[in-house]
Design a protein around this ligand. Structure first.
Ligand SMILES: Nc1ncnc2c1ncn2[C@@H]1O[C@H](COP(=O)(O)OP(=O)(O)OP(=O)(O)O)[C@@H](O)[C@H]1O
Length: 357
């Protein structure tokens, strides 16, 4: 079988692939009511970077991920900000302004999403080969290609994620294991060589060994195809392993961003520190996990100051009145600055007991 088509060179390394600026995302919750689930999100993602979004349930990670590709449910909208994306052509577009047809081409060709729980992503009545044929035919710019040619390329994609095409292509989704489906979904998402892959809890439904192999394959694929990744996870071990950058979200806001090392070793926001402290370490360091009591505030009843203040061991009176902005503490190029939204971010070091790399 012919080798997989060589990867086009990554876009000019002189600018970000994705520039998210002041993005708000909300849902309509009633005839006159709205809920802002993501507030003022801003970050730059450069070609080849992998960024994890972490935080407790309901903090807005999935909403932000879906918003970036305008894949929100009907009731959801990106209501403010810009999502600037450098296309393969080199032009920069604001994803918010793409017209329907252009948006359809943008997805899969330039950016693709791997959803949580691969079963729901596939149509149960279609064989896997149909899913590949449909994806290529619906999104490719080229003129209609013969079925055999597309299937050959699909087989190469499946081999790339170490699946046997002869077994997978004729099967229906339910005839495959969860791990096989998840890998097939990753292969499908990469079919048109997008520059950006957004993964929402890519390994959650899988057993530990299968998780491991999916993680290894993602790492390998990223080295080979050089796409950028934003992945949403509850699993801090996965974040430490797959990401070179992390963004912590709390109550709809990005409250700390930096390199993986910054967040796991030099966290400057008490929430990041508590989140890391609340899970067992991946390796080494035998700290006893300390649960983080309470939960994030309701999004329509946010406290006037810092949203984390009611749970924060460091909170002072000032924190009840002033909402801290995400402030750069350690500037670096390529979106890698360490920034935290805490009035006391310059204070004493916070415990980082994660034992993560
Ligand atoms: N379709 C929707 N309609 C209304 N509100 C929604 C909808 N989807 C999500 N929300 C609300 O938006 C907020 C953010 O949810 P989101 O799923 O983005 O958080 P998350 O951090 O990804 O959580 P999880 O880790 O559990 O997936 C939550 O308060 C949630 O209830």
């Amino acid at each position: 079988m012919s080798p997989v088509t060589p990867t086009p060179p990554a876009p000019a390394a002189d600018g970000p692939l994705l520039s998210v600026r002041g993005v708000d995302v909300g849902y309509r919750t009633g005839r006159r009511t709205r809920l802002t689930a993501v507030h003022d999100a801003s970050f730059d993602l450069y070609p080849g970077q992998s960024m994890a979004l972490v935080g407790e349930s309901g903090c807005g990670k999935t909403t932000l991920g879906l918003g970036l590709l305008r894949l929100l449910p009907r009731t959801g909208t990106v209501s403010a900000g810009q999502i600037l994306f450098r296309r393969k052509s080199g032009d920069q577009v604001d994803v918010r302004t793409l017209a329907k047809e252009d948006l359809r081409r943008f997805r899969w060709n330039e950016a693709a999403m791997v959803f949580q729980g691969a079963m729901n992503a596939f149509n149960p009545v279609l064989r896997m080969e149909e899913h590949f044929l449909d994806t290529f035919r619906a999104h490719e710019r080229r003129t209609r290609r013969p079925r055999a040619e597309i299937l050959e390329e699909s087989a190469e994609l499946l081999e790339m994620v170490r699946l046997d095409p002869a077994r997978v292509l004729p099967s229906h989704p339910h005839e495959l294991s969860g791990g096989m489906r998840q890998r097939a979904l990753i292969a499908l998402a990469l079919a048109l060589r997008p520059q950006l892959l957004i993964l929402d809890e890519p390994t959650t439904a899988l057993d530990v060994l299968t998780q491991r192999s999916v993680v290894e394959q993602l790492t390998e694929l990223r080295e080979r195809l050089r796409f950028s990744m934003v992945f949403i996870t509850h699993d801090l071990g996965l974040a430490a392993e797959l990401a070179d950058r992390v963004g912590t979200m709390y109550a709809g806001r990005l409250i700390e961003t930096g390199t993986t090392r910054d967040l796991f070793h030099r966290a400057r926001h008490p929430y990041t520190s508590a989140l890391i402290g609340s899970v067992p370490p991946v390796a080494g360091d035998r700290h006893v996990p300390e649960p983080l009591p309470g939960g994030p505030p309701g999004l329509n009843a946010l406290p006037p100051g810092c949203s984390f203040e009611p749970r924060c061991p460091r909170a002072t009176e000032e924190c009840t009145a002033t909402r801290p902005e995400l402030r750069v503490l350690h500037p670096r190029d390529e979106g890698l600055s360490h920034a935290a939204a805490c009035l006391h971010a310059d204070g004493a070091e916070l415990p980082t007991r994660g034992g993560h790399p």
